[in-house]
Design a binder for this molecule. Structure first.
Ligand code: SF4
Length: 323
C-alpha cells in the first residue's frame, strides 16, 4: 500500500499512514486538488496554520511510461484564494513514486523564525534546522548547497527569498537532473511553503523498491503505443520539441487569439520577434539547446537551455504564457 506521509510543522510530528481509501483512486493533480477541497477549510488564511501543502506524483510516475514524471503541488492559494494546483518537472516526483510515497502533506505552522529542511528517506523523515547560510539564498545556490550536504543525487524542493517573504506569486522550485531548476509557478505556493518555514524538502531514494507493475508485458506494450502516439503526432512529436510551448505564439497570432493589450486585440505586429521560431534560431546561433526534457523519461522535450550571447545558461526557456 502506498504511503501517505503527514508532517506537522507545529509539533514536528510525522505520521506515516497507508493511503486513505478515499484517495486511493486519485493521483497527481486529481489527488492534490481533491485533498485541498476535502481537508482545507475554504475560509482559512492561506498563510495560516490551517492551510495544508501537498505534493503528489502521478499514477505512472516512476515507471517507464513516457512523460510521467512531473510533480503536482496543491494548497489554498494566497494569490487567488482558491484551490490551487501547480506542477513542475525535476527529479522529485519520480523519487517519491519509487519510494512508494503517494503524498507528502505539510500541515501546521511553527512558531519562531527558524527555517527547516525536511529530509525524506527510506528510513524515515527528519526535520533539520536549515543551515544559516542557505536561508535567504536563491534557488540555484540553495540546491547546490543542499546537494553538497545531503548528496549529489538527492531530489530537492526549495523556496527562494520570494517564498521566505511570503510574496503571493512565489514559486516552489525543484532540482532537475542537470542541477538547474524547474518551478511550480502558479498560485504562490512558495509562500505557503515559506509560511510553514520550510526552506527545502530533500528526498533520498537510496534503496527504494521502485514501482511494482502487475502485468509487465502488457504495460510495456501500452507504454510503447503511448510513446509512438506522442512522437508521431505533429504537435507533440515535432512542434513542441522544436520550438517549445512558444510554438503557439505565431499560431495564435495567425488565428487572432494572441492576448495583446489585455486582450483588446488578438494579434500584434511583433509576434514573430518573440515567437518560438525566432527563439529557437537564437538558441541555435548562441549554442543553447532548443530541445530538452524537464525530467528523465520525457520524450516530447518542450523545454530548452536558453543561453546568453556568450553561450552561458540563463534559463530553461520561455513558456508561451510567460511570453
Ligand atoms: S519538457 Fe515539456 S513535454 Fe517534457 S515533461 Fe516537461 S513540460 Fe512536459
Amino acid at each position: 500500500m502506498a504511503k501517505f506521509i503527514r508532517i506537522d510543522m507545529t509539533s514536528k510530528e510525522v505520521r506515516v499512514d497507508d493511503c486513505p481509501e478515499k484517495y486511493a483512486g486519485l493521483a497527481g493533480r486529481a489527488l492534490t486538488s481533491n485533498f485541498v477541497a476535502e481537508e482545507v477549510k475554504p475560509t482559512c488564511h492561506p498563510l495560516g496554520k490551517n492551510n495544508k501543502l501537498i505534493f503528489a506524483p502521478g499514477f505512472l510516475t516512476g515507471t517507464g511510461a513516457a512523460n510521467s514524471g512531473r510533480i503536482s503541488c496543491g494548497a489554498k492559494s494566497p494569490l487567488t484564494g482558491g484551490i490551487k494546483e501547480s506542477n513542475s518537472g525535476g527529479t522529485f516526483s519520480q523519487k517519491m513514486a519509487r519510494m512508494g510515497i503517494k503524498a507528502l502533506v505539510f500541515e501546521g505552522l511553527p512558531s519562531g523564525d527558524q527555517y527547516f529542511v525536511v529530509k525524506v528517506a527510506m528510513d524515515g523523515v527528519t526535520i533539520d534546522d536549515a543551515p544559516l547560510e542557505i536561508v535567504g539564498m536563491g534557488n540555484y545556490d540553495a540546491i547546490k548547497a543542499l546537494q553538497d550536504k545531503y548528496g549529489a543525487k538527492v531530489g530537492v524542493a526549495v523556496i527562494g527569498p520570494a517564498g521566505e517573504m511570503r510574496l503571493t506569486a512565489a514559486n516552489i522550485s525543484f532540482a532537475d537532473p542537470d542541477g538547474n531548476i524547474r518551478s511550480a509557478g502558479r498560485g504562490g505556493l512558495g509562500a505557503v511553503m515559506g509560511s510553514k518555514k520550510i526552506k527545502a524538502v530533500v528526498i533520498d531514494d537510496t534503496d527504494a523498491p521502485g514501482v511494482a507493475i502487475s502485468h509487465p508485458e502488457a504495460f510495456k506494450s501500452a507504454a510503447k503505443r503511448f510513446a509512438k502516439a506522442l512522437t508521431t503526432h505533429p504537435v507533440t512529436g515535432k512542434g513542441l520539441g522544436r520550438y517549445g510551448t512558444n510554438v503557439l505564439v505565431n499560431i495564435l497570432n495567425e488565428a487572432g487569439g494572441l492576448p495583446t493589450q489585455n486582450f483588446r486585440r488578438g494579434r500584434n505586429e511583433w509576434a514573430n520577434d518573440i515567437g518560438g521560431e525566432t527563439m529557437t534560431a537564437t538558441m541555435e546561433t548562441r549554442g543553447g539547446k532548443p530541445t530538452h526534457g524537464c525530467h528523465p523519461g520525457c520524450i516530447m522535450r518542450c523545454s530548452q537551455h536558453y543561453v546568453d550571447k556568450g553561450g552561458k545558461y540563463i534559463t530553461s526557456g520561455f513558456e508561451y504564457e510567460t511570453i
